[in-house]
Design a binder for this molecule. Structure first.
Ligand code: AMP
Length: 287
């Protein structure tokens, strides 16, 4: 297989993509932090299906890590990423260094979507989503008009990016893609590599908690509190997991409604060993 071309500077990427757009080609863009797995692969495949040219960025963004988080030892494997991206249908990698993205070493301009960023992940990671929104806005500005693919795995992130793109009239179609899971139900994540074998065996408890919540809803439960309590009980029965939050929320606002109706999302986060694991599942309720 031909090696995947890789561009590391903003100006070269702009020139290249402008040429493709001038020739009438549509661009699909998949932003990632690398250490790619089949979850990322599914986004690349979706971009491949919809577009003429598929660009994957790999950039571990310092802005979205707090001082006590895992920026310096976030897992990396560029050779493997190249192979996976190529096999999934990417045409081009964008691999800027930190100095290319943040030449001043700091940014004075940031993007925040406050009303969606304070709760859930934002409660334990207060600066995280401003870091994500800022780098994604920057990547959108670099890549230009395109369709951009994000996983529902990071559901709050997807909601924030959709809203940012709409509020700022960015020429970007934001496409959400379903969660890809391991055979035992664990949502794939680069940070799963931190789990030791015992923790790995315990980690599917998040999926089981979501299933329990969905089953309750299926049986007619419409109280978000009752559904959250059922999910909490499942996680609390697993000694290796420490629940951060479990909630049933409105899928668009991420707020807890009085009563569950319409498009809802069950969201959950728990610490299992070193990583905080996230998961979620959706349901559409007619009554
Ligand atoms: P990351 O490299 O963790 O920043 O993730 C890059 C993109 O891949 C984000 O849009 C994630 O939501 C998405 N992603 C990560 N894990 C999965 C998964 N298991 N299924 C689907 N998408 C995922």
């Amino acid at each position: 297989m031909r090696p995947l071309p890789s561009i590391a500077t903003i100006s070269e990427l702009r020139t290249e993509l402008d040429q493709h757009r001038a020739a009438g080609r549509s661009i699909g863009f998949v932003p990632t932090m690398g250490f790619l797995h089949q979850g990322h692969g599914s986004l690349i495949e979706a971009a491949r299906r919809d577009n003429d040219l598929v660009v994957v960025s790999i950039f571990v963004n310092p802005l979205q890590f707090a001082a006590d988080e895992d920026l310096s030892d976030y897992p990396r494997d560029l050779d493997h990423d190249r192979q996976l991206a190529r096999a999934a249908g990417a045409d081009l990698l964008f691999t800027p260094g930190v100095g290319e993205m943040y030449p001043e070493n700091t940014v004075l301009t940031t993007v925040s979507v406050d009303a969606l960023a304070g709760n859930w992940e934002g409660a334990s990671r207060p600066t995280h989503f401003a870091g994500v929104a800022t780098v994604v806005a920057k990547l959108f500005s670099i890549v230009g008009p395109c369709s951009a693919y994000f996983g529902e795995k990071d559901f709050q992130q997807l909601a924030i990016i959709r809203r940012m793109a709409a509020d700022l009239s960015m020429p970007i179609e934001v496409v959400g893609c379903p969660i890809v899971r391991e055979a035992d139900g664990l949502a794939m994540s680069s940070r799963n590599s931190y789990l030791d074998p015992e923790q790995r065996a315990a980690a599917p408890v998040l999926r089981r908690a979501l299933d329990q919540g969905l089953e309750l809803i299926e049986r007619g439960e419409r109280s978000p509190v009752a559904v959250a309590e059922a999910m909490r009980a499942v996680v609390e029965a697993e000694p290796l997991a420490t629940l951060d939050y479990a909630a049933a929320v409105d899928a668009a606002t991420l707020a807890i409604p009085e009563e569950l109706s319409g498009e809802i999302r069950l969201i959950i986060a728990a610490q299992v060993g070193r990583p905080r694991l996230l998961d979620n599942a959706g349901a559409t309720l007619s009554t």
